[in-house]
Design a protein around this ligand. Structure first.
Ligand SMILES: [Zn+2]
Length: 408
């Protein structure tokens, strides 16, 4: 028998509209419906609008108790399958040590690599699931998840298998990315690691279908533009779509590289140049901004969200959830930073945290908005309207979450 869920007694439904990424001024145009219901049939949204009789029986009647419905968040940049926290390193930063000093004493990414290599596959699955449950409690229904703390064949594969295995039980839909080019392995900064990624790691990942995307960290002191391009083109040849950590700590021409290889997203962009902004604005590469990272690293430098949107780019928002530079699963926190620190409007940040994130994952036709035909990925917030997502900050307003029509 087919299932039909009626979500009624909503204060408001607020959602971007579309089956593709939305750019520039269009990001502000969200639909706001009052006195409306959502009907879900077999996991997909069947109807959104004023209450009316359906020509099929409703099997579940859900009283939303005046909540506001928004699309489930799409967190399109996370590093979920890691082991070990870095809270003491964080505390050292608060007492004035620099990231470089901490890295020189064995901290930083290298400490997460050690802990992740030492973990079993099952431990990583458990960690991913714990974080995915936290994400779901904060309204996220789809999340990208990257490897990149293995930095060798066996441990990159272990991380990606953990994402695959966790996805079978995860409340949040997981989309895997291979980020073997996150950094050089701690045992040596040998450029031959790039060849190992291209010749061994990516082919093994593609053969086992463990990732949909391939990512690289192009940055001063990490991978050069040429090395990043080599990795991304090798991934592309194996059917892995590129994403790119670009222009985070310096302008390394990352945004232009992302556009040149047809990347799904260019991420971070705190130091993007005028040329980079113009290139992204003319492209379908999503500018994925991660303001929680600037916040957590106590940087005054945020990505130029206004310039990107005003130039016409497709802008998305993500948590960058990771133990070193952004220890949060909360997309509403990210929206609060996007509005209060990057001068995005609430409407733009809602579009960026839902539909445009879905676009960068190739899922805009399936999720990211509350529209008939899409998967019923919906968050109910305890608020009279969507503005409270930012206005009522620092608390979790999410009360109920549905993914594929299932109440989580
Ligand atoms: Zn990242």
């Amino acid at each position: 028998m087919s299932s039909a869920l009626l979500i009624r007694n909503l204060s408001q439904i607020a959602t971007p509209i579309g089956r593709a990424g939305v750019r520039g001024v269009e990001m502000r145009r969200i639909a706001v419906l009052e006195k409306s219901v959502i009907v879900v049939r077999d996991g997909r949204i069947d109807y959104v609008g004023p209450e009316r009789r359906t020509d099929f029986p409703i099997t579940e009647d859900f009283d939303a108790r005046r909540a506001t419905a928004i699309p489930g968040f799409v967190d399109s940049h996370t590093h979920l399958p890691w082991a070990g926290f870095r809270e003491s390193e964080f505390n050292r930063r608060l007492q004035g040590e620099s990231y470089e000093q901490i890295a020189a004493s064995g901290g930083g990414i290298a400490s997460t690599v050690r802990a992740t290599r030492a973990a079993t596959g099952q431990q990583l699955v458990d960690n991913v699931l714990q974080r995915a449950r936290m994400m779901a409690r904060h309204g996220t229904t789809t999340a990208e998840a990257k490897s990149g703390y293995g930095l060798n064949l066996a441990d990159e594969i272990k991380q990606l298998r953990a994402i695959r295995d966790a996805d079978e039980q995860s409340p949040v839909r997981l989309v895997p990315t291979c980020l073997a080019a996150h950094d050089f392995p701690p045992e040596g900064r040998d450029p031959s690691f790039v060849a190992q990624i291209v010749d061994e790691i990516l082919p093994a990942v593609a053969k086992e279908k463990l990732a949909q995307f391939c990512d690289a960290f192009v940055e001063r002191g990490v991978f050069t533009r040429e090395q990043g391009e080599r990795v991304l083109r090798a991934g592309l040849a194996l059917g892995l779509r590129p994403r790119l950590h670009a222009d985070e700590f310096s302008d390394s021409g990352g945004a232009a590289l992302a556009v040149a290889v047809g990347a799904a997203s260019a991420d971070h962009l705190m130091h993007i140049s005028e040329k980079g902004i113009a290139a992204l604005a003319k492209s379908n590469t999503v500018a994925n901004l991660l303001p929680a990272t600037s916040f957590f690293l106590m940087s005054q430098r945020y990505a130029p969200a206004r310039a990107l949107i005003d130039a016409g780019a497709i802008v998305s928002l993500s948590t960058d959830c990771n133990p070193g530079s952004s220890m949060t699963e909360s997309m509403s926190m990210v929206m609060q930073l996007a509005t209060l620190q990057m001068q995005m409007t609430v409407e733009e940040s809602l579009t960026a945290g839902t539909l445009n994130g879905a676009a960068s994952l190739g899922l805009a036709h399936e999720t990211g908005s509350i529209e008939a035909g899409k998967r019923a990925d919906i968050a109910l917030i305890d608020a009279p309207n969507y503005l409270h997502l930012v206005y009522h900050f620092g608390v979790n307003l999410v009360r109920d979450v549905f993914r594929d029509g299932v109440h989580l």
